[in-house]
Design a protein around this ligand. Sequence first.
Ligand SMILES: Nc1ncnc2c1ncn2[C@@H]1O[C@H](COP(=O)(O)OP(=O)(O)OP(=O)(O)O)[C@@H](O)[C@H]1O
Ligand SMILES: [Mg+2]
Length: 246
Amino acid sequence: MSELKIENLTVEVEGKVILRNVNLSVKQGEIHALMGPNGSGKTSLSLAIMGHQKYKIREGRILLDGEDITNLEPNEKVKRGLFLAFQNPVEIDSIKLSTLLVAEYNAFYGERTTPLEVLNYVKSSVKNVGLTESILNRGVFQGFSGGEKKRIEMAQMLLLKPKISILDEPDSGVDVDGLKIIADAINKLKVENNTGYIIITHYRRILDYVNPDLVHVLNKGTVVASGGKELARLIDEKGYEAVIKN
Ligand SMILES: Nc1ncnc2c1ncn2[C@@H]1O[C@H](COP(=O)(O)OP(=O)(O)OP(=O)(O)O)[C@@H](O)[C@H]1O
Ligand SMILES: [Mg+2]
């Protein structure tokens, strides 16, 4: 059984400490929600876990299945089964979306499959999130609407079938139907692949669909509360004030 363990993580960016002594442990098949006010460090935590070079780990470590992966390159982490869907995916006009997805698939699975089969997997992953194949012929995220970007990130996840998936606001800018599609993708992989999740969100709505085992609240770079779904309900009704004591 896979487990992502974040132990005592302290992270610095541009000479400033933005995360302090964060502990978090996610097993396969579990869904953890990560909430917290704007600027509390949620995105920084996800980027630090994946190994973004700007986010310097000053203390603590990251373990996947007992292996210390703290200082591995991002692509090595992906190969071991970690996945991150970005809050704001970057546009790369010069690469076709289909080329990117095929390359990612091959890098992950080591070209075990024929090119035609891979292309079919890529096409079906896109259809699975309610988009048409023609979007694959466009540049990566080029001119994609906010909701389309979020859906493509889910398609990427469905293709790679990670052990542990970190989703940074998968619900932001997504319409009601899109929210259902995204929640379905999350639940599908949980059931079929036993994927474990850290889902960063500001809203209770997505959590009504995916049913988190635990909800954590980050404030000023520190986890200040952990609890069940009722924590998300409390935040929704009363604001962060209700769970963050200064
Ligand atoms: N590359 C960077 N350079 C300078 N400051 C940064 C950088 N990345 C993050 N920060 C700062 O770290 C703090 C945490 O930012 P982060 O993006 O992690 O917040 P967040 O919890 O994801 O917020 P939101 O809910 O708005 O997405 C902020 O004050 C932000 O300005
Ligand atoms: Mg963020």
